[in-house]
Design a protein around this ligand. Sequence first.
Ligand code: ADP
Length: 305
Amino acid sequence: MTTDATTQPTGTQPTTTSPTTTAPTDTDHRARADRPASSVAARVDDVSKVYGRGETAVVALAHVSLDILAGEFTAIMGPSGSGKSTLMHCAAGLDDVTRGRVFLGDIELTALSEKDLTRTRRDHVGFVFQSFNLIPTLTAQENILLPLAIAGRRPDQAWYDQVIDTIGLRDRLDHRPSELSGGQQQRVACARALVSRPEVIFADEPTGNLDSTSGSEVLGFLRRSVDDFGQTIVMVTHDPNAASWTDRVVFLADGVVVGELRNPTPDAVLARMRSLDGHHPAPGALPGGPAPRTTSRPGTTGEEA
Ligand code: ADP
């Protein structure tokens, strides 16, 4: 059985792509297929999420199983309301699940107390949000170091310098967010997520508030974080160009994983998204039984079902 209910339609060459970001050039990509096999950085195992009860209950996720491999840049895509944000929030331990289990590395988040979950998130997870979420009264540098300060940890100076040089904002470190452009603010937010060396960075529409040039700068920085530092990143996006910066795109429709693409191009992602617009699952709560795990296979290229 396959989880992929969609196949890429033939003869539907997209004439337009989303203007939000531009696609990467060839040199932006590393030879991803040559990478060694890596471990699972995050996992959701037969996870369902139901909001509300009774007749007003909404099934946001239904029996979703997904492995996120360490050192990969993964995009979560799907139509509005398909469960992308819910999946990200559940995988990051920001929201509880109705059933199923969630792991960060070997740690089962769904088995932790609230206190341990908060600590685990703080120490092992980085977040980048669409709206930057910087503290307006703090400088860029203070914002970047805030999570470490809260955790009572000191920054590794060499690593901090490397991150700052990579985001290219050394001359703006004393500026407050209001003195920075949107793209610069988001790069500060990325540095804040990266500086604690989290096991996974979850990014929710990180280019959603940016123009195409700034969005591409942020995506380029995220891409380099994966290629140069081995960072694991999961990004929710609706933008095919943004998704084409990743190694792997996982598609959701109506709370179910319906397929994935490896080494995505904007046109391939757009074609798949178009085919998803007509996706209608069987009616009823928590449709079907547990779906097969969607597992990333390093070294493969092209489309996977
Ligand atoms: P996406 O991110 O793909 O747009 P969401 O994960 O935000 O989708 O939402 C998935 C479904 O769950 C939608 O039908 C949405 O209306 C519903 N939903 C999301 N959050 C809540 C909530 N807090 N209460 C009730 N329903 C919700």
